[in-house]
Design a protein around this ligand. Structure first.
Ligand code: SF4
Length: 301
C-alpha cells in the first residue's frame, strides 16, 4: 500500500502555515492536499480557478514545497487518483481519519480544525458521507471545518446556511466582479484577496475593511464582513495579470495612536461606520439580508 493510503490528512506540522497557526492559537489544523486544478491529469478539482491562480498556485508542482520535494506532489496526484477511481473508499477513509484526529486531540484537551480543500475546491459541505461527519465532530469535539472557494454558487449556499461547524471564505480571482466582493462583504461574508505587499493594520481596500490573513489560518475566527489580505507567495510575486492586487497602502492621511501604531484615518472612519451599520442591521445574524441584486449576480455566475 502506498504511503498516502496510510494517511490522507496532513498533520499541522506538515504544512508551514498550519504549524504556525497551531503555535499561535493552540488549534491543530488537519488538511487534505490534493493535486490542484487539472494537474493530476484525471480530474479538475478547481472548476472556478482562473488562469493566473492556476499558474501561481502554491500547491502546484512548480511552486511551494512540491518544488524541492517531488514526492509531495506525487502523493497529491496519487490521492486525487484514488478519490476519482474509488470515491467511496477514499471518503470512508477520510471520515475515519477525521474521527481519529478529533478523538486524539480531545483526549489531550486540544482543539482541532479541518481544512479539506487545501489545493482543491470541492463541495465537501454537500458530500452525503463527509458532511454529517463534520457536523457531528463539531458537536462532539468542537472541531470546525473551513474552506476557501472561488465558486459563487458554493459561497451562496454557505451564506444562506452559515452553519457553525463550517466556515467559508470567497477567494477573489482576477475575473471576480468588484460588485460581488463588495456585496459579499456588506452581507457579513469574507473575501480573500492576494496583495503584492502586506496590509498594514487598519487598512482598507476599495472602501472595505482589511484584515491580515497570514497571521493565522483560522479563517472561521475572522471578523465578519472583511477583506482577508493574503500576501503573494512564490511565483505569484511576479504576477501582473490582476490576480495579485497592487494597492498603495499607507497613501491615505495617517496618524499615530498612543501605542505607536500607524493607522489610516480614512480606514478607521470607514471601519467604524461599517461596524455601526452592522450593529444596526444585525447583518451577521440575519439571513434575510441577502440583497436581491447580489442573489441575481451570484446566480448569473
Ligand atoms: S483555485 Fe486555489 S487551489 Fe485551485 S488552482 Fe487556484 S489557487 Fe490553486
Amino acid at each position: 500500500m502506498d504511503s498516502f493510503k496510510r494517511r490522507l490528512l496532513t498533520e499541522p506540522k506538515g504544512n508551514q502555515k498550519l504549524e504556525k497557526t497551531q503555535k499561535l492559537t493552540g488549534v491543530a489544523v488537519y488538511s487534505l492536499s490534493l493535486a490542484p486544478a487539472s494537474s493530476s491529469g484525471v480530474a479538475n478539482l478547481c472548476k472556478w480557478a482562473s488562469e493566473a491562480c492556476i499558474a501561481h498556485c502554491v500547491g502546484a508542482e512548480h511552486n511551494g514545497l512540491s518544488q524541492p520535494f517531488a514526492s509531495i506532489f506525487r502523493a497529491r496526484i496519487a490521492k486525487t487518483e484514488w478519490l476519482v477511481n474509488q470515491p467511496t473508499e477514499f471518503r470512508s477513509r477520510l471520515v475515519r481519519e477525521l474521527e481519529l484526529a478529533s478523538r486524539r486531540h480531545a483526549r489531550l484537551g486540544e482543539k482541532v480544525a479541518f481544512r479539506l480543500n487545501c489545493f482543491s475546491d470541492l463541495p465537501w459541505i454537500q458530500d452525503p458521507l463527509v458532511r454529517p461527519t463534520l457536523e457531528t465532530l463539531y458537536h462532539q469535539y468542537g472541531a470546525v471545518s473551513y474552506d476557501y472557494t472561488a465558486a459563487p454558487s458554493r459561497y451562496r449556499g454557505w451564506l444562506a446556511e452559515r452553519p457553525a461547524w463550517y466556515h467559508m471564505t470567497l477567494s477573489r480571482k482576477e475575473h471576480t466582479p468588484i460588485k460581488l466582493v463588495r456585496d459579499i462583504v456588506n452581507l457579513g461574508g469574507n473575501v480573500a484577496v492576494v496583495f503584492r505587499s502586506p496590509a498594514p493594520r487598519g487598512a482598507v481596500w476599495q472602501g472595505m475593511p482589511v484584515i491580515d490573513g497570514d497571521a493565522s489560518d483560522l479563517r472561521y475566527t475572522d471578523r465578519p464582513g472583511t477583506i482577508v489580505a493574503l500576501k503573494a507567495k512564490g511565483s505569484a510575486r511576479q504576477s501582473d495579470g490582476g490576480f495579485v492586487v497592487d494597492h498603495p497602502w499607507g497613501t491615505s492621511p495617517a496618524l499615530r495612536d498612543r501605542s505607536g501604531t500607524v493607522r489610516a484615518i480614512q480606514a478607521r472612519r470607514e471601519r467604524e461606520a461599517y461596524d455601526r451599520r452592522c450593529a444596526a442591521r444585525s447583518v451577521w445574524e440575519s439571513r434575510s439580508e441577502m440583497l436581491p441584486s447580489t442573489m441575481a449576480l451570484l446566480r448569473s455566475m
